[in-house]
Design a protein around this ligand. Sequence first.
Ligand code: AMP
Ligand code: ZN
Length: 451
Amino acid sequence: MLRIYDTRTRQVEEIASGRVLRMYTCGPTVYRHAHVGNLRSYLLSDLIRRVLERRRTRVLVCRNVTDVGHLVDDAEVGEDKVLMQARAEGRSVWELARFYEDAFNQDAAALNLRPPEHTPRASETIELMVELIAKLIEQGHAYATPDGSVFFDVRTFPTYGEISGNRLDALKPGPVDPRKRFHADWALWKPAQGELSWDTPWGRGFPGWHVECSAMALRFLGERIDVHTGGIDLRFPHHEDERAQSDAAVGHEVVRHWVHGEHLLFDGRKMAKSTGNVVLLSDVTEAGLDPLAVRLAFLEHRYRHQVNLNWDTLHAADRTVRRWRGRVAQWSESPSAPMAAEYVRRAEAAFDDDLDTPAALRVLRELERDDSIAPGAKFESFLHLDHLLALDLSTEIGRPRVLPAGAAELLEQRARARESLDWPASDRLRDDLAALGVRVSDTPDGQSWSM
Ligand code: AMP
Ligand code: ZN
């Protein structure tokens, strides 16, 4: 049974996995390339999905595309991020938004993130938001103002703040906005900005970012959502506001578990455009690294701890991914054997334990080194666990392996040295081979090599 930390209840809870699990993941705002920090947040939902699917649970994921409504600085007033960037790049908002959505999908695929079942675009589901806002006004949870805005009346939702702990009475008022009944009310609908606007009973305008997620989640997953994920910074105000809107509209708690991924730091500071340390997945591949090295580098840490990466750790992860692929290919040539059951059980238990991926990777490394386990069993175990790891560990199987010049002779000499029990010579030849990039290991069937 998967157990995971629930931000709202502040404890590790069991994720009841029946036949179906519904999960909503706040999707990208498509006005620029996602950096690898953003991608770390999306890995969280992929891991939850993979762990549950192993148990034959059908996982239904909705990950929206925010192509309108997300304002600069997440502020109540300010310019729409997509609109602003379109102007800066001299492109239409639609061209820009589709371009970055495609780029995001390519990055997600390169990281082996399974595609969600639903990927609604905010701009194409405006009628859902209008419907939800109308319902909230009718119920007395929202009010329209003369300038064509609609605000959520937060004092009608007494449990506001349960996710982040930011209770209403403790919230510091921001700048006074005369349109609001209370300083912490937020806009569900805002007056038009440029091309991104639609006609409604309250005037021409566009939806607030928070109400978009409520509307899409309720429509595509229904009124009972098992898990809702996002980066840690979305706890407040985005998820608090989303929870208030959805729960107020349907009259009960919509989301069972709120789960948040911690930030990625790079060279010691949070990865962000404003920090100036953004690394894109394309930077990683241009440096000659496999994109899945990034996935492995993430898995080396638990999702709810900060990860501090740098280019050295990415290079190290790349070497490990390549080594494991080489080993799996090499083991695939050995007689088949059943999985190393105890190792696999421990690795799977680590995944179940609040996605303790670093512990799972330690088990894999232990298994890799354990000479008492037959290569065929290692092969089966690594491939089985790769359904969770998704590091494409089988890609080298069957690839012709070409030894560097001179290595074949050294291997032959080493085989002869071992036959005559000349261990010092055998060790020396192993070092000579390593210098050529060829790793030798000794198995009951004789020596084998990998690169
Ligand atoms: P955005 O496209 O800006 O809405 O952000 C997409 C996701 O990335 C959100 O879930 C953010 O919480 C998350 N995020 C932003 N910066 C980082 C970071 N440095 N590390 C991990 N996640 C991040
Ligand atoms: Zn959201």
